[in-house]
Design a protein around this ligand. Sequence first.
Ligand code: ATP
Ligand code: ATP
Length: 143
Amino acid sequence: LDEVTIIGAVLDLRSKPVSQIMTPISDVFTLCTEDILDETLVDKATGYSRIPIHAPNDNGNLVGMLLTKRLITYDPEDARPVKELPISTLPETGPDTSCLDILNYFQEGKSHMALVSADPGGESGGLGIITLEDVIEELIGEE
Ligand code: ATP
Ligand code: ATP
């Protein structure tokens, strides 16, 4: 990891679309608005800081995300459905957005995760998510 490698990687962010580094939705841990948050599910959920939420019977319809830090004050014994918890906005971007543009967006501090919409042409794939960490990994991740 040296200055030249990093500067090169920064320049590459400009021409790299988010679809190239996103996590495909099939690999993402999501919750349904109707899921009951019991102890087992809370345990699973706390493996991630941000969990996309989908509508019932429609994995492709993401309606927001749960910030797992909201679970600090939640009692699993209440066994409430996900929809009763505070759900945050999950911003959406197109598959061709550059990694540099999404980095700038994340830098504004509104969110550290975005939904990447499916490519209508099908070329750059389906739905996915991108996080600040994915972009940072492009910059300083192992070559
Ligand atoms: P943090 O590091 O803030 O605790 P995290 O470990 O939950 O958060 P990130 O660091 O944002 O997640 O991302 C790490 C990797 O995991 C990235 O590749 C990201 O796309 C992926 N990721 C993030 N959230 C999920 C999720 N709910 N399901 C599957 N993969 C996820
Ligand atoms: P996340 O974005 O994963 O929810 P966060 O908002 O708690 O995490 P970071 O995004 O890691 O925190 O950091 C944002 C800024 O807040 C940084 O300047 C960091 O140093 C600062 N920060 C992080 N944790 C604390 C804390 N407990 N008290 C005060 N400042 C903090």
